[in-house]
Write a protein that binds this ligand. Structure first.
Ligand code: 5GP
Length: 319
């Protein structure tokens, strides 16, 4: 067992609560942000942002049967009034729940800022994650409005088509470098959300200053994800899709609104078995990164990191 310490301890600016764990988060997508995922991830002190489509009853059952997981999960909500009502009901039903994840596709609106303020007023002691944004000013605005941890990322996701459909997006590494700086200046924190396709990307996000890294695609295709295993030509797959893909919209809202384009892809990812294997791979990679750059613990990684612009990051000779 490597001695590199991947756990971090943070005290949050607004909630004043303290967190200890390995700061990797399963995305609050309905395929990856599941109770089953939380059961495995929390054993390793990893975090799960539980998706917003579970009922209050589901939450009650989960809390009763797996109270040990509650330290490492967040309840997610959009900014609609129905979302807030449900969030309140969940937090009332599960008082041990300490984290809230306020997630909208575009965090750049006065409405969202007011929403964050409202949630902060209602829940002064909960730790609030909020996003998504990609620039320092908006990180500051959300922190000053009551959020503790800002979710950073517009356009980098594995099943995100925002850049293609709208031309909107921001290079993830640049966003993380800029947003971490702004957040840390106010004693806030950030999550790098999206764009990790291998353990090395997770290391780079931490190296750039992210306090937490959120993953969707890398955790897709496992036993702990929702959905059935599909068999095709002797190979096994699981369905993975963006939360604003046709698939998700049909499932939850009865279709894509006419005035909006779907901004998510639906893909069949090869079935990957138990997520334990992937976790081991990611944590092993991250520990080696720390060893290469001379960081005794994850906390030191960003101070030991230098980025150099390249045109190719690995050899494609045998792929
Ligand atoms: P990944 O780790 O798969 O690269 O990125 C996961 C992130 O993609 C999620 O946490 C979320 O921020 C983003 N995402 C999920 N679904 C969608 C979608 O339908 N459209 C867009 N634009 N982003 C999505």
């Amino acid at each position: 067992m490597s001695r590199v310490d991947l756990q971090r301890t943070f005290t949050f600016r607004n909630s004043k609560q303290t967190y200890t764990g390995i700061p990797i988060i399963a995305a609050n997508m309905d395929t990856t942000g599941t109770f089953e995922m939380a059961q495995v991830l929390s054993k390793h002190t990893l975090f799960t942002a539980i998706h917003k489509h579970y009922s209050v009853e589901d939450w009650k059952n989960f809390a009763a049967s797996h109270p040990e997981c509650l330290e490492h999960v967040a309840a997610s909500s959009g900014s609609g009034s129905g979302d807030l009502e449900k969030l309140c009901a969940i937090l009332e039903a599960v008082p041990a729940l300490k984290y809230i994840c306020l997630d909208v596709a575009n965090g750049y609106s006065e409405y969202f800022v007011e929403f964050v303020k409202k949630v902060r007023e209602k829940f002064p002691k909960h730790t609030i994650m909020a996003g998504n944004v990609v620039t320092g000013e908006m990180v500051e605005e959300l922190i000053l409005s009551g959020a503790d941890i800002i979710k950073v990322g517009i356009g980098p996701g594995s099943v995100c088509t925002t850049r293609i459909k709208t031309g909107v997006g921001y290079p993830q590494l640049s966003a993380v470098i800029e947003c971490a700086d702004s957040a840390h200046g106010l004693k806030g924190h950030i999550i790098s959300d999206g764009g990790c396709s291998c353990p090395g990307d997770v290391a780079k996000a931490f190296g750039a200053g992210a306090d937490f890294v959120m993953m969707g695609g890398m955790l897709a295709g496992h036993d702990q994800c929702s959905g059935e295993v599909i068999e095709k030509n002797g190979k096994k797959y699981k369905l993975f899709y963006g939360m604003s893909s046709d698939t998700a919209m049909k499932k939850y809202t009865g279709g894509v609104a006419e005035y909006r384009a779907s901004e998510g892809r639906t893909v069949e990812v090869p079935y990957k078995g138990d997520v334990e294997n992937t976790i081991r791979d990611v944590l092993g990679g991250l520990r080696s990164t720390c060893t290469y750059v001379g960081a005794a613990k994850l906390k030191e990684l960003s101070r030991r990191t230098t980025f150099i612009r390249v045109t190719q990051q690995s050899s494609y000779m045998f792929t």
